[in-house]
Design a protein around this ligand. Structure first.
Ligand SMILES: Nc1ncnc2c1ncn2[C@@H]1O[C@H](COP(=O)(O)OP(=O)(O)OP(=O)(O)O)[C@@H](O)[C@H]1O
Ligand SMILES: O=C(O)[C@H](O)[C@@H](O)[C@H](O)[C@H](O)CO
Length: 234
């Protein structure tokens, strides 16, 4: 989540040279919820044996940054805030309430994918990325991370935070100093393709979390789901 109206520093011109990703600042109350409120399991073997990229997805205001910080703290994974990787032109558009289109998003998605791979290459145990990933074809771009990873191939998991329009609008309205306005939430909902049957039952790399509950309850749900996921792959 970008808190200031400053344009992003990072340009998406060359996706092959991903910038150094921002690492989470630990200790926010929300991240503490996921990392502490749920008892920490023994370190999942899969964290040691696999490369994991957790993509926290959903429209603006669903709680991606909140959840992602918690996951990063819980597993000691690097944290990549998707908002920080938009080219200046995208930030400008969003600040002016102009919805992004596919063309605006391609390089951004590839940049995020490559930033996650870069982090793994530098030795990160795993990576958590926030990315709206509103359409199936956007998620497919991120899915190709597996093809570009070195041994072991990265496991990409999408954690889709599901919320209705009313809830998203309320959370965005309550948030201070952020460029995303109500109208942007509405345009994102128009673009949104929720994970479909193929993704859920065939590719099986999507988990859906209902976020219409408190931050602590969301944290609990997400921690349970991701603990299981990582342990299943051990
Ligand atoms: N479960 C929850 N209950 C109530 N408020 C929440 C919950 N989760 C997050 N929030 C609040 O809702 C607002 C949006 O959360 P957050 O910034 O994490 O969403 P986001 O999906 O990252 O948004 P964006 O895509 O616009 O960056 C924040 O003010 C956050 O504190
Ligand atoms: O896909 C998009 O339309 C945008 O990239 C958004 O997802 C923003 O990055 C984010 O939601 C801002 O808060």
């Amino acid at each position: 989540m970008i808190q200031t109206p400053e344009p992003a520093q990072i340009k998406a011109a060359h996706y092959a040279t991903a910038p150094t990703p921002p690492i989470s600042s630990p200790g926010s109350p929300s991240s503490a919820a996921i990392s502490n409120n749920t008892s920490r399991p023994p370190l999942a073997m899969s964290i040691i044996n696999h490369h994991h990229i957790l993509i926290v997805t959903g429209p603006a205001g669903c709680g991606k940054s909140t959840v992602a910080k918690g996951l990063s703290d819980r597993y000691g994974f690097d944290y990549i805030e998707g908002d920080d990787y938009h080219p200046e032109s995208n930030v400008q558009k969003m600040s002016e309430n102009i919805p992004l289109n596919d063309a605006d998003r391609w390089d951004w998605l590839i940049l995020l994918r490559d930033a996650a791979l870069e982090a793994l290459k530098r030795g990160a145990k795993g990576v958590v990325v926030t990315c709206s990933a509103l359409k199936k074809k956007y998620r497919d771009v991120i899915r190709t991370a597996r093809l570009y990873d070195e041994n072991p191939n990265a496991n990409v998991h999408f954690i889709y935070l599901q919320a209705n329009q009313e809830l998203l609008l309320a959370r965005v309205a309550a948030r201070q100093n952020h460029y995303m306005k109500d109208s942007m939430v509405l345009s994102q909902l128009q673009d949104l393709e929720e994970p479909d049957d193929d993704e859920i039952n065939k590719i099986k790399d999507v988990k859906i979390i209902d976020v219409s509950v408190t931050q602590e309850q969301v944290a609990q749900r997400v921690a349970e789901v991701v603990d299981n996921l990582l342990n299943e792959l051990a």
